[in-house]
Design a protein around this ligand. Sequence first.
Ligand SMILES: [Zn+2]
Length: 188
Amino acid sequence: MPETPEQLYERVAHALRMPPVDDWDTFPFDGVMHPRQLQPPVLNDPLREGEGGVECEPCAAPDDDFLWTNERWRLRAAEPNGLPVVVLLETREHYAEPGDLPEGLASELGVLIARIERAVRSVEDIGRVHVCRWGDGSEHLHWWFMARPARIPQLLGSFAAIWDDILPPTPGNVWRANLEKVVRELSR
Ligand SMILES: [Zn+2]
């Protein structure tokens, strides 16, 4: 039987572990650390932005807000941040979970993930493009493409998403040129 959140909380709340972050070359922080105290379960998960398509920003956004669109998908740029390229792929219609997609859209998603990854990777000095889906913030289905710089080993792996907020924002002219390259590659 799966554990309820209450059972899980009872079991773990006073047994949290501190992983060996000093040994992790990609861990972005230094100094003495301890896990934050775990808060008990709540009655329901918090509502996400745009729940049920109501007051949903991606649903309402005009095509002009996007880098690239077709009849069913739209690609937007994140705000400039530490990583050299961060773009998000969204469905045009409101879907919440990957498993909610009709099979036709799900098939297209696979092709698009490959095309967008290739387009982002075409930007010079990109080491890897991380393709991510979290989905606890905004309900409208979206996939992250986060490019990490090449040849800086500390930026490898999943902490790249944290380094994005630690590195100062990419200069505007560099950011725009990188996005233009992505769009050029996608339009080929
Ligand atoms: Zn929506």
